[in-house]
Design a protein around this ligand. Structure first.
Ligand SMILES: Cc1cc2nc3c(=O)[nH]c(=O)nc-3n(C[C@H](O)[C@H](O)[C@H](O)COP(=O)(O)OP(=O)(O)OC[C@H]3O[C@@H](n4cnc5c(N)ncnc54)[C@H](O)[C@@H]3O)c2cc1C
Length: 421
């Protein structure tokens, strides 16, 4: 099978790149082994929340100058990063994902434990605050689904009250949820959201919530609505009649899975071929060291050929990078990595401290081309969290790196395609 471009990994980076390429007239395939980081999404894409030394960032675009030269934003160049950061919101919108936010000013998202963290683009069902200390309302009614343990109302109430909001906590009991409650492991965000996606159920739930409101000016609900369609959250707001916000739950993430499904549908609508549940296990190189084809677990002897390949296989979490007693390696192409050979430098024994292994990953040139033994492979691009040089957890830049490098790599490939015409 022959494609113009094959993308390995169908998370945020792979899908973004695939959509851009497919819409530009390329014939693309995405091979994707399994779940992506979007299943654990907080509801906000982060562009740059902190500098490596821990300094909080308020204007991500301005502070990019302070990043080290090996950071993916520095490798790509500030102008390109700014351009794609400006474009990202419209790109998501064109795929059907509504967000708010701006790359020149971080806002504050509310985490499942009530903490406030800087963020860039926040999906429409969530609320981003203008300042860390903002008093969100005078009085809030926090409602949980009875028996649901992944939404901690006490933490949220404590956090809201520390910012001056008086809180009342209520529990919503629905007979339709009782089947899930028979087995506590079924009482997870996505299973609840599947039930809540039915019109008669969310209308009933929203009606119960409306009846609980006394004099509160804010209703707070867990983000377990709108697995297929974010508009349900707007309609719940209409029913309750007071300002209603949805707060991220512990994973799985309903808005994350919805966003992932929306991007996948957009890729397929544009004519792309998505091969789910398959793992790329090897690559064939020609005599110049360029990649000519790849092999997958399911396709066996059948190789997938393409002019260009994009590695979007994620970091350790998604098995895009692996660690063995002998070192860190990228399992498909064996490309050059930015990492330490000294195991003692991989991690800090204190779980809460900065973990170095998160910044390990592929080295590229400023076209995002990978190298092997120091030699650039000009038809292999690396995007997203497979890239080294940034500590996405510590710096809060994972979503930005995924979106920006995906759009940049797609434009590199489109540029080459247009040159050939
Ligand atoms: C748990 C978690 C939560 C996060 N939450 C946020 C957040 O809320 N906001 C934010 O901005 N950033 C977040 N991040 C950072 C995150 O890395 C990026 O936001 C982004 O989603 C990463 O996308 P990606 O496409 O690069 O990688 P991934 O999402 O990791 O996707 C890689 C994909 O490649 C597939 N794959 C791997 N190897 C192969 C193979 N050999 N063959 C075929 N497919 C393969 C995997 O199965 C997976 O589907 C989070 C990261 C993690 C780990």
């Amino acid at each position: 099978m022959k494609f113009d471009t094959i993308i390995i990994g169908g998370g945020l980076a792979g899908l973004t790149c695939g959509i851009r390429l497919q819409k530009a007239g390329q014939k693309c395939a995405i091979v994707s082994a399994g779940q992506s980081a979007m299943h654990f999404f907080s509801g906000s894409f982060d562009l740059l929340c902190r500098l490596p030394d821990g300094t909080e960032v308020s204007n991500p675009v301005e502070d990019m100058d302070k990043l080290p030269e090996y950071h993916p934003y520095s490798v790509l160049g500030k102008e390109k990063v700014r351009k794609y950061a400006m474009e990202a919101r419209d790109f998501l919108m064109s795929c059907g994902i509504r967000t708010s936010g701006d790359c020149t000013r971080n806002t504050w998202r509310i985490t499942p434990t009530g903490e406030r963290k800087p963020s860039w683009l926040t999906v429409s069902d969530f609320t981003a605050l203008d300042s860390k200390d903002e008093k969100i309302a005078e009085k809030a009614l926090i409602v949980n689904i009875s028996g649901y343990l992944d939404f901690n109302t006490s933490f949220l109430a404590e956090s809201f009250e520390s910012h001056g909001t008086r809180c009342r906590v209520e529990s919503l009991k629905l007979e339709e949820m009782e089947r899930l409650r028979n087995n506590p492991s079924e009482m997870r965000a996505t299973n609840i959201a599947r039930v809540m996606d039915r019109d008669e159920i969310w209308i009933k739930a929203a009606g119960f919530v409306r009846d609980m409101i006394k004099d509160e000016d804010l209703v707070v609900l867990p983000a377990v609505f709108g697995l297929k369609n974010a508009e349900i959250t707007d309609r719940i707001r209409e029913v309750t009649g007071v300002r209603t916000i949805f707060i991220a739950t512990m994973p799985p993430s309903v808005p994350g899975i919805r966003s992932q499904m929306t991007l996948k549908a957009e890729f397929e609508k544009a004519g792309g071929r998505f091969l789910p549940g398959d793992t790329v296990i090897d690559a064939i190189r020609d005599e110049d060291g360029r990649i000519s084809s790849i092999c997958t677990y399911n396709l066996g002897e059948i190789r997938l050929h393409a002019d260009n390949f994009v590695l979007a296989s994620g970091s350790f979490f998604s098995k895009g990078l692996c660690a063995s007693p002998d070192g860190i390696y990228e399992p498909i192409f064996g490309i050059d990595l930015n990492c330490s050979d000294d195991r003692a430098e991989w991690f800090d024994r204190s779980f809460w401290k900065r973990q170095n292994y998160i910044s390990f990953g592929a080295i590229t040139d400023n076209h995002l081309n990978a190298s092997k033994e120091g030699k650039i492979i000009d038809n292999l691009y690396v995007i997203g969290s497979n890239l080294g040089g940034s500590n996405t957890l510590h710096e809060g830049c994972g979503g930005g790196i995924a979106l920006i490098t995906a759009l940049a790599a797609a434009d590199e490939i489109i540029g080459k395609m247009e040159e050939r015409r």
